[in-house]
Ligand binder design. Structure first.
Ligand code: GUN
Ligand code: ZN
Length: 486
């Protein structure tokens, strides 16, 4: 089952906003972007006024006839933005989103996480949960995600099937964990069996999407304490032989780090454990990286491995604060992860706003020296991490994350609530609240805000009500029920 092709070329007209560099957004107004039937951006016209003019300027150049083009123009208060990239999410933990109490990592795994993951071996339950997590993340504008599944082969394959059917770009990993796991949820049979089960899922994904255009495998040793050295060595060899992506957790919590020191006494540090097994590569995604030493950051940079920053999870599980600025200054690539359900929200926009807040907590000790701005992340920076940064972490940066000719149309149409004179005049609250069918969200725009202020209001107050439409590789994969009329 290969990804479907599009029936028509597409022309998008209006305001396009995307990240130009780490701290700069590019705003294109009255612009047009042309997408061909393969889902690629084939032309960008930055100044064309309206739909008619755009067609006049672009169709002859592209050899397109009007009958062969679907046109979509954004309305007032709307803009196109690149799709979000979630560099770290656990699909089977989605039912637990928000359920973590006062636990911290190691007791949270045993109390909430392993029982939930084990329960998804039943395929009807896995279908419900995985179907919902894919739909929900699409509704939040997540066009690409790196998913952890469970140890179960059939359920992992099912997650890949559902991502492909829904059209969400996904790297899907069967979780490898053959050590220090509970009896009811452990990868049995030794490293050969662990590898054979992983290979089954890789073969399945290569069968359903041979080019890996939408769905592709990713090797997933859960974290060093949960894998035998033999299994990590075998996964490292496989990663190198087949140039496969790898995802795992690193330096999330102080108890976890102490456990790694105990289990791997000869290793210089936590990052070196993975390095010793060939698991630190340019295609490796390391979730958290909260408590790294200078030497570990230097090693990660040297190997070209990438970091998934998960501020929601790090706050919820009281793990710590990842020093994103410190990592960026050292040349380490960083993207954002929701880490559901260590993180309580499946929204990358929520992760972006929490990245802003966590960076401000990190900056507080420097306030007295007037140096706080060194640590704080701006709205522009977290939106960069949510799009181009995440794309780079997953090795998709030449394909998605921005609007450029040759890239693929992974995008969202964002709509903010335009408060008109009529709204202001009508103070009959009872009548108004009774009238609301879909309220268009929390972000009220009065019309005097500059565009960068509108974007800041979206980052700090927005949610999935603002995500009107979502496309992956040119295919419409989500539309809010009310957006057809609004
Ligand atoms: N470390 C090992 N497994 C997990 C997990 O499922 N979530 C998080 N946040 N950390 C982990
Ligand atoms: Zn995680």
């Amino acid at each position: 089952m290969a990804p479907p092709t599009l029936h028509k070329n597409q022309l998008f007209v209006g305001t396009f906003i995307h990240s130009k560099s780490l701290n700069q957004l590019d705003y294109l107004h009255d612009a047009a972007v042309a997408i061909d039937k393969s889902g690629k951006i084939v032309a960008i016209e930055p100044q064309c006024c309206d739909q008619g003019k755009a067609a006049e300027m672009l169709y002859p150049k592209l050899g397109w006839g009007a009958a062969d083009v679907e046109v979509r123009a954004c309305e007032e208060g709307q803009f196109f933005f690149p799709g979000f990239v979630d560099t770290h999410i656990h699909a089977p933990q989605y039912p637990n989103a928000g359920i973590f109490g006062n636990s911290t990592l190691l007791d949270w795994l045993n109390k909430y996480t392993f029982p939930m993951e084990a329960s998804l071996a039943a395929s009807t339950r896995a279908r419900r949960v995985y179907g919902q997590v894919v739909r929900r993340t699409l509704s939040h504008g997540t066009t690409a995600a790196a998913y952890y599944a469970t140890i179960d082969v059939a359920a992992t394959n099912l997650l890949a099937d559902l991502c492909l059917a829904a059209g969400q770009r996904a790297f899907v990993g069967r979780v490898c964990m053959d050590r220090l796991a509970p009896d009811y949820y452990i990868d049995e049979g030794g490293p050969d069996a662990v590898l054979a089960r992983t290979q089954e899922t890789i073969d399945h994904m290569r069968r359903i999407d041979p080019q890996g255009d939408i769905v592709a495998p990713i090797l997933t040793p859960r974290f060093a304490p949960a894998c035998t050295p033999e299994t990590m060595a075998a996964l490292g060899r496989l990663a190198s032989e087949e140039d496969l992506r790898v995802q795992t957790h690193l330096s999330e919590n102080v108890g976890e780090i102490a456990l790694v020191c105990e289990l791997f006494p000869d290793a210089a540090d936590y990052a070196s454990v993975y390095d010793g097994f060939g698991l630190l590569t340019p295609r490796t995604v390391l979730a958290h990286a909260v408590h790294l030493s200078e030497a570990e950051a230097a090693l990660i940079k040297k190997r070209g491995a990438k970091v998934a920053h998960c501020p929601c999870s790090n706050s919820a599980l009281t793990s710590g604060e990842c020093r994103v600025r410190w990592l960026l200054d050292r040349g380490v690539a960083v993207g954002l992860g929701t880490d559901v359900s260590g993180g309580y929200s499946a929204s990358v926009l929520e992760a972006a706003r929490l990245a802003c807040l966590v960076s401000r907590h990190l900056a507080m000790p420097y306030n007295a020296q007037g140096d706080a701005s060194r640590a704080t992340l701006s709205v522009e920076e977290v939106l960069h991490l949510a799009t181009r940064g995440g794309a780079a972490v997953l090795g998709l940066d030449r394909k998605v994350g921005g609007f450029e000719v040759g890239m693929e149309w992974d995008a969202q149409l964002i709509g903010l609530n335009m408060v008109d004179d009529h709204d202001a005049a009508d103070i009959d609250m009872e009548k108004k609240s009774g009238d609301v069918v879909d309220d268009g969200g929390n972000v009220d725009i009065f019309g005097w805000e500059k565009w960068d202020e509108r974007i800041a209001k979206w980052v700090y107050n927005g949610d999935d009500r603002n995500t009107k439409m979502v496309w992956v590789k040119g295919r419409l994969v989500h539309q809010r029920a009310s957006s057809a009329s609004s």
